[in-house]
Design a protein around this ligand. Structure first.
Ligand code: HEC
Ligand code: HEC
Length: 234
């Protein structure tokens, strides 16, 4: 059977209505599979209308261009990037509060870091990025406006993820092994992508590729699930 690429492909493969149902093994109830299909269908819609939007800068971009002016050196008493004690104290108030202070300014910290063109969302990502560069383990918020992935899922997997996911090293679910992947997708694709951002057990955060964008990571997860030969089951 021919499976269309991308998320539609996953939704189709998981859809209970599909006549050829290799995935509906005894272990998965119909409602579960249905809810996975629905979650994935929702993901398709949210990513399609997103493509019309302009690109949003990553936390790293914003920090490199704007925030590092003070936060790289600690100018004027700014908590320095990499200074774990300074950031962990501030981070304990949580992302919303930190973002609020970055938006409105606090003492010597100018509102929006002095760049009014930054969106609230970009500020939030920048804060997360600085916290994570300083010993934090926060998840950079996923943009609803992410542009399409500059690197394909296949490219990302071949550059990095295959190192563990090809052989199943450390218990990594293997590329294209749908029996191993379906239980991990039961909360929906977004949840699995978020889990890969954070990492857990033998899985490093973002698979060990710090520069991987959210949408690239998402494409890579889809590729890991689908395997290398679209349309042909391994
Ligand atoms: C002109 C210098 C300057 C720039 C540029 C700057 N900051 Fe700051 N920032 C500061 C200073 C100084 C403080 C410490 C303020 C204090 O607590 O007295 C600070 C503190 C903060 C805090 C901690 C707030 C809190 O509640 O403790 C956050 C978060 C922050 N900055 C985020 C950012 C972000 C995001 C950017 C870039 C968009 C940025 N800053 C750019 C100077 C700067
Ligand atoms: C150093 C080895 C290693 C690399 C490199 C790696 N992974 Fe993993 N990955 C693992 C292991 C081990 C697990 C299983 C972790 C567990 O469930 O305890 C895993 C699990 C996952 C999961 C499932 C998460 C969940 O919540 O069940 C996803 C998704 C994933 N990896 C994506 C990726 C992507 C995408 C890449 C490349 C960008 C990548 N991995 C690179 C080792 C790796």
């Amino acid at each position: 059977m021919i499976i269309p690429p991308g998320e539609e492909g996953i939704a189709l493969m998981l859809a209970p209505a599909f006549p050829d149902r290799p995935l509906l093994s005894m272990r998965f109830s119909k409602p579960l599979v249905m809810s996975v299909a629905l979650a994935l269908a929702a993901a398709i819609f949210s990513s399609t209308d997103a493509w019309a939007q302009p690109a949003e800068r990553s936390g790293k971009d914003v920090v490199d261009k704007v925030c590092s002016k003070c936060h790289a050196t600690g100018a004027q008493g700014a908590p320095k990037i990499g200074d774990k004690p300074a950031w962990s104290k501030r981070a304990s108030q949580g992302l919303s509060s930190l973002t609020e202070h970055a938006l409105t300014g606090i003492r010597q910290m100018p509102a929006h870091g002095g760049s009014p063109d930054l969106t609230d969302f970009e500020i939030k990502r920048a804060v997360t990025y600085m916290v994570n560069q300083s010993g934090g383990k926060w998840v950079e918020p996923i943009s609803k406006k992410s542009p399409p992935a500059p690197r394909t899922g296949e490219e990302v997997v071949k550059a990095q993820c295959y190192k563990c996911h090809e052989t199943g090293k450390g218990g990594a679910p293997k590329i294209g092994d749908r029996d191993a992947w379906i239980p991990r997708l039961k909360e929906g694709l977004d949840a699995t992508v978020r889990s890969a951002m954070k990492g857990h057990g033998g899985m490093p955060a973002r698979g060990g590729m710090a520069d991987l964008s959210d949408s690239e990571l998402r494409s890579a997860v889809i590729y890991l699930f689908r395997g290398p030969a679209p349309g042909k089951r391994p």
